[in-house]
Design a protein around this ligand. Structure first.
Ligand code: URA
Length: 210
């Protein structure tokens, strides 16, 4: 597995994730919970952002106050389920640039097929946070990250809600430099590449398709 794995075991995250796993959770409820959890996950994935200080005047005195150093961020959503995490992360980092990678999974081979790619320029100078709720086989994540590296990205984190051990291993093998932040690592993949126990198809559950 990766040396750079962070499991966000905060009680609020774990409670909300359990609510989301429930097959009877409504589309509206699922989407709302994902939005809430994405705030908490964003908090963790940005924990090591570089800081500096700025001189400010409070009503009482002058102080050197901590501020973000200002390394530019790019959020990269893997369509379509990534958008369910994207909005909440953007709430916390509203000035981040946003890119989209469209990949669908060939149901026979489970390999990713690209249909869309649009990312901010200057990725070499940005920290990229790739968002996709489910790290299952890891094939889509590895492919998306390769595309970002082709565009010059060198500082990349992968943010998800649920990860399978297989996906973590695949990502660690393809991109050992990438940090993975997730709310939980589940048991395994089933024979058609779904995470067990999992929560089903994240895209279907958040958009009400099926
Ligand atoms: N994608 C999903 O949405 N769910 C899984 O369990 C695996 C991949």
């Amino acid at each position: 597995m990766t040396a750079q794995l962070t499991v966000v075991d905060h009680p609020l995250v774990q409670h909300k994730l359990t609510l989301m796993r429930d097959k009877d959770r409504s589309t509206k409820g699922f989407r709302q919970l994902l939005h809430e959890v994405s705030h908490l996950l964003a908090y963790e994935v940005t924990r090591d952002l570089p800081m500096t200080t700025r001189t400010i005047e409070t009503p009482l005195t002058t102080m050197q106050a901590p501020v973000l150093e200002g390394k530019k961020l790019a959020l990269i959503s893997i369509l379509r389920a990534g958008n369910g995490l994207l909005d909440g992360v953007l709430d916390l980092i509203p000035s981040a640039r946003v890119g989209f990678v469209g990949l669908y999974r060939d149901e026979q081979t489970l390999e990713p097929v690209q249909y869309y790619f649009k990312v901010p320029s200057g990725l070499d100078a940005r920290r990229a946070i790739v968002v996709d709720p489910m790290l299952a086989t890891g094939n889509s994540a590895a492919a998306a990250i390769s595309l970002l590296k082709d565009e010059g990205a060198t500082d990349i984190s992968f943010l998800c809600l649920l990860a399978a051990p297989e996906g973590i291993a695949r990502l660690a093998q393809a991109h050992p430099d990438v940090r993975v932040v997730t709310a939980a690592v589940d048991e395994r993949l089933n024979e058609i590449g779904y995470i067990l126990p999992g929560l089903g198809d994240a895209g279907d559950r958040m958009f009400g398709t099926k």
